[in-house]
Design a protein around this ligand. Structure first.
Ligand SMILES: Cc1cc2nc3c(=O)[nH]c(=O)nc-3n(C[C@H](O)[C@H](O)[C@H](O)COP(=O)(O)OP(=O)(O)OC[C@H]3O[C@@H](n4cnc5c(N)ncnc54)[C@H](O)[C@@H]3O)c2cc1C
Length: 484
């Protein structure tokens, strides 16, 4: 069953901002990150105020033959066959200096929020995603990692995401903390699907204006050396002001001695500035690795740091693309070597994986996953030993086949499901970043002690399971096509 002409007209009456596939703005309203997730929706409906949103949500909820999704940026793969409910009408931001809080429209991206914070505040920032293109709501609905997480915890933690205005399937609108703390608890990392979040109340923090970020390129031949140095770095006492990303170089970005072998990118971030970053207390070791070459070294604002990877956005809507991120407790001396082995072996099985594939170790600090009183404080059960995030990202051109003529996604899923154990060995905690789950992910494991309570809240707010994209608690699984 799909949406009827009468239903389309009724929706138009409720909310005239109804875009069809012929409208030039349609991709901006409806394209998911990975084209694999695209369900070819017919229309995007975009309420501009809360009353219209309430009417549209109530209508969509009660018309059970209409397949719809709630979408902001599409980064999380939001798509549906009939209607995309676009959040782009909700992009306002208000700053309250007296208690250093922000009320933000749920249709902003984190990049837009950063820009507004720069305009409206004197040096404040929020604990938000480490890239511009993630939505302000989709991020915390799956936990959410930030460059500020090292100091303040996950985006969804109660000290950072203070409250949410939610329109539920019955059309009612409420601020969750006052009306139902369990709803707020479930929104914090529970995967969403309890209603439509329209506004978020967030904590704002004063952030330095000169944050150091660097890009250091290291040849493949120094892989073992970097791996050892990283294990030693991991043994140091946790420092909430510094963090690092370690990933493979992409095609065409290699160094002269390595042929087609993927070199190493070290990306140090230091909130104490450049002098500290270059010192032995910071990342002095990184510049000393054999063959290391500094490609980027600058001091910039939080907005600048979050925009560092912006070229990656070019992949949206063009590639097939999947991610999975097992959580890791510590780094041993061979871990980077195994990461590269995993990447090279995967690439060998499907040369198409050269297009947009990355293996990325997000070196985190203690506070990131341990800033709440325990696993049951929020729906995402952190504080169980996680420390670092191992991101595996595999991208390939549409409909390309593996070397053996097989299905790209099947291979990607197999390799990703093996990555935690294969790369991190005993340091793989058995846990996963809730933003990159797949139909093989075991939701009971992901949500651990919080799974049953999450299902109860789901039953209360969405008894008909009409919000059913992504983490589908009613069916106990992830929507197959929505996994990116
Ligand atoms: C390349 C890449 C980089 C990433 N980097 C980061 C990062 O640095 N930090 C981080 O925390 N995460 C990161 N993520 C993960 C990201 O947080 C998730 O993919 C998230 O789901 C994206 O949310 P969105 O709103 O942008 O996407 P969408 O696809 O629009 O939405 C994702 C899900 O959230 C739901 N949703 C969105 N808005 C609302 C709303 N207002 N009310 C109710 N439900 C809603 C949708 O229905 C859908 O189920 C990254 C993902 C990718 C692909």
């Amino acid at each position: 069953m799909s949406i009827t002409n009468d239903e389309i007209e009724e929706l138009r009456q409720l909310c005239p901002n109804l875009y069809s596939r012929n409208d030039a703005v349609f991709p901006d309203k409806a394209a998911p990150w990975s084209i694999w997730a695209d369900r070819n929706p017919q229309f995007a409906n975009e309420p501009q105020d809360i009353e219209t949103m309430q009417a549209v949500v109530k209508y969509l909820y009660s018309h059970k033959s209409i397949d719809f999704c709630v979408r902001n940026t599409g980064t999380g793969g939001a798509s549906a066959t009939d209607i995309v409910l676009s959040m782009h009408g909700f992009k306002e931001l208000e700053f309250f200096p007296e208690d250093e809080t922000v009320v933000a429209g749920a249709g902003l991206s984190w990049g837009e929020l950063d820009q507004l914070m720069d305009q409206k505040t004197d040096g404040y920032g929020c604990v938000g995603a480490r890239c511009t293109w993630v939505g302000v709501t989709g991020g915390p609905l799956v936990g959410g990692l930030s460059w500020l997480s090292h100091e303040y915890g996950l985006i969804s933690d109660p000290q950072n995401w203070l409250d949410a205005e939610v329109v539920t399937g019955d059309g009612n609108c409420r601020w969750a903390v006052k009306e139902d703390p369990d709803l707020m608890w479930a929104l914090r990392g529970g995967g969403g699907n309890f209603g439509v979040v329209t506004r978020l109340k967030l904590k704002a923090y004063k952030v330095p204006s000169k944050i150091f970020c660097g890009v250091i390129l290291v040849p493949y031949s120094s892989l073992h050396e970097v791996s050892k140095a990283l294990a030693a770095f991991d043994k140091r006492p946790s420092d909430p002001k510094i963090a690092m990303h370690i990933m493979n170089q992409g095609l065409g970005a290699g160094q002269t001695d390595q042929g087609s072998k993927p070199g190493i990118i070290l990306m140090p971030i230091d909130f104490r500035g450049e002098a500290h970053a270059r010192s032995e207390e910071g990342f002095g070791w990184a510049w000393k690795v054999t063959g290391a070459q500094e490609a980027v070294a600058m001091e910039t604002t939080l907005t600048g740091v979050n925009a560092l990877n912006d070229t990656f956005k070019a992949f949206q809507g063009r590639n097939e693309f999947w991610l999975a991120a097992p959580l890791v407790s510590e780094i041993d001396e061979e871990m980077l070597v195994r990461m590269w082995k995993w990447y090279e072996e995967t690439y060998e099985l499907h040369p198409g994986f050269g297009a947009g594939s990355v293996v990325l170790l997000e070196f985190m600090q203690e506070a990131s996953f341990n800033s709440t009183s325990g696993p049951e404080t929020t729906a995402f059960p952190h504080g169980r030993g996680q420390r670092h995030v191992l991101q595996t990202q595999l991208g390939c051109p549409p409909k390309s086949k593996t070397k053996a003529g097989g299905d790209s996604r099947e291979l990607a899923m197999l390799r990703m499901s093996q990555a935690g154990k294969e790369i991190a060995k005993d340091a793989y905690t058995g846990e996963w970043h809730a933003g990159f789950l797949h139909d093989w992910s075991d939701l009971k494991e992901v949500y651990g002690p919080n799974y049953e309570k999450l299902k109860q809240v789901k039953r209360r707010y969405d008894p008909e399971n009409r919000f059913n994209k992504g983490v589908n608690l009613t069916e106990g699984k992830i929507t197959e096509w929505m996994t990116v």
